[in-house]
Design a protein around this ligand. Structure first.
Ligand SMILES: Cc1cc2nc3c(=O)[nH]c(=O)nc-3n(C[C@H](O)[C@H](O)[C@H](O)COP(=O)(O)O)c2cc1C
Length: 156
């Protein structure tokens, strides 16, 4: 049975909505797939190695009044608890949210990629980048699910 482990951070619920949309679509289309979901606040170092494929999801946020960072809880998880992780070539899917009112629109993508590069993770598909209100962009999420499924063949 293939397994997908999702770790996400969401401040106002937008990333959570995208993750829920994805999860619902997968549960109706991928009967063999086991999906587990965890909030970044609750994730411990070892959780990053769970699943045949790992999915990290976060919005872009500010830190110390500087924009373009990952959501605080995702940042704390990656930079503190999972800072010594070795992903050993693990296939990782990425979801990033942002808003074009901000100069560093969607820059969380770059933050995630920097983490994968320095922790031996493999970005197994193009990241899903949702800019502005995710409500109404569900079709994009559902289409991306199919490309995410390609990560399982690359994990074999
Ligand atoms: C304080 C604050 C800082 C933000 N900084 C950025 C940013 O630097 N770049 C960006 O693209 N979006 C930024 N956003 C927009 C959020 O990423 C966007 O609203 C997202 O949908 C929120 O998702 P969430 O509710 O899951 O956290 C910021 C929003 C807030 C409130």
């Amino acid at each position: 049975m293939p397994t997908l482990h999702i770790i996400y951070a969401s401040t106002s619920g937008n990333t959570e909505h995208v993750v829920e949309t994805l999860k619902e679509h997968l549960s109706s289309t991928q009967k063999d797939l086991t999906v587990s979901v965890q909030r970044a606040e609750e994730a411990q170092a070892e959780d990053i190695n769970k699943g045949d494929v790992l999915l990290l999801a976060s919005s872009t946020w500010n830190y110390d009044a500087v924009e373009g960072y990952l959501n605080m809880h995702m940042r704390e998880f990656l930079e503190k608890r999972a800072k010594d992780a070795d992903l050993s070539g693990k296939p990782v899917g990425l979801i990033i949210l942002g808003d074009d009112r901000y100069y560093y629109t969607g820059r969380g993508t770059e933050r995630f990629m920097q983490y994968l590069l320095s922790h031996n993770g493999k970005s197994c598909t193009m990241p899903l980048i949702i800019i502005n209100d995710p409500y109404g962009q569900e079709e994009k999420v559902v289409r991306w699910c199919d490309t995410l499924m390609g990560c399982f063949t690359s994990s074999e």
